[in-house]
Write a protein that binds this ligand. Structure first.
Ligand SMILES: C[S@@+](CC[C@H](N)C(=O)[O-])C[C@H]1O[C@@H](n2cnc3c(N)ncnc32)[C@H](O)[C@@H]1O
Length: 306
């Protein structure tokens, strides 16, 4: 009896050690480069139209068939703006089941604002953790946008596996994101100011273990996990004059949001208060510079079918 107890106790201790390692991996500290305050929520909502125009005018990529869509999930949904504009973009008169997931509910809209004939849900869910069984094989489309400033490179394989499980066979993945050349300027040579901004962000991305070329990694992992017909579509505002003003506004606002935490993350500045002041002065200078040059936004969408 004593020997059995000792054996069980040893096994339990081993299991606890293993579980502790496992849970500390997934409760890994966040590396999110943005805030989650009301100002940032307004910026996310304001940029939505520009990001949709950039990929052709509909929240759903034109390569994805829209007939027969009934269930859609938006992961890392933020304010839920993509999901809430979706019904108007779909030809169906079906009642839709729409579910937004995010690691934080801080930017979820007030539930009382959600007046719709469709079924809307919002849940707290970390993309790095397996989703509850009721969500597996449930969705026709899984959408994600702008996680490059939130995930470590090592998080992507697990995230892709979790997404794959959520789709019905034949369902589509659409992941819109940028690499570190998402902000650019059409100057030759590029001004030291533009180079400095890009260097701050690239350096933070590398130091924090994030992925400098998320769209290429997403495309690769989609194939690896078993998706079919994986295609990475690339977009630029450079040759689309009707998007030049919106690109200028987007760039200035996104830099204002991204630079403070990137300055701290890159080790350039020790505290966030100093970083906010320094970022504001850099962005102000860049805003003036943008009146004389052409700011460029480069963007990618990975589409794949389960
Ligand atoms: C830049 S916002 C984009 C929001 C939304 N996708 C959009 O395009 O408007 C990134 C979002 O990712 C969420 N996020 C960060 N890490 C996450 C994780 N591990 N799992 C799920 N969501 C996460 C953040 O809370 C934030 O809402």
């Amino acid at each position: 009896m004593g020997a059995l107890y000792a054996l069980l106790s040893k096994a339990w201790q081993r299991a606890r050690k293993f579980l502790a390692r496992f849970s500390s991996f997934y409760s890994d500290k966040e590396v999110y480069l943005l805030d989650r305050n009301p100002l940032e929520s307004s910026r996310l909502n304001a940029q939505h139209k520009f990001l949709v125009d950039l990929i052709g005018g509909s929240p759903i990529h034109p390569s994805i068939p829209t007939e027969n869509i009934t269930a859609v999930a938006d992961i890392a949904t933020g304010t839920g703006i993509w999901l809430f504009t979706l019904p108007a973009a779909l030809p169906t008169t079906n009642t839709l089941y729409l579910h937004g997931f995010d690691i934080s509910s801080a930017q979820f809209p007030n539930q009382t604002d959600l007046k719709s004939t469709h079924e809307f849900h919002l849940s707290i869910q970390d993309i790095r953790t397996r989703f509850p069984p009721e969500h597996r094989n449930r969705y026709d489309i899984i959408h994600l946008r702008l996680l490059a400033g939130a995930l470590k490179q090592e998080d992507y394989p697990r995230a892709m596996q979790n997404i794959y499980e959520l789709l019905k066979p034949g369902g589509y993945l659409q992941w819109d994101d940028g690499d570190t050349s998402v902000f650019d300027t059409a100057e030759d040579p590029r001004s030291p100011l533009a180079v400095r901004m890009q260097n701050i962000i690239s350096s933070a991305v590398v130091k924090l273990g994030m992925c400098p070329d998320a769209p290429t990694l997403i495309e690769h992992l989609a194939r690896e996990v078993g998706f079919e017909d994986t295609v990475r579509y690339s977009y630029t505002t450079l040759d689309r004059p009707y998007l030049h003003d919106a690109a200028r506004t987007w760039l200035v606002e996104v830099l204002r949001s991204l630079l403070p935490k990137s300055m701290v993350g890159s080790g350039e500045v020790a505290d966030e208060k100093t970083a906010v002041d320094r970022a504001e002065s850099l962005v102000g200078e860049f805003e003036g510079h943008c009146k004389d040059i052409l700011p460029v936004v480069n963007w990618h969408v990975v589409v794949a079918r389960k």
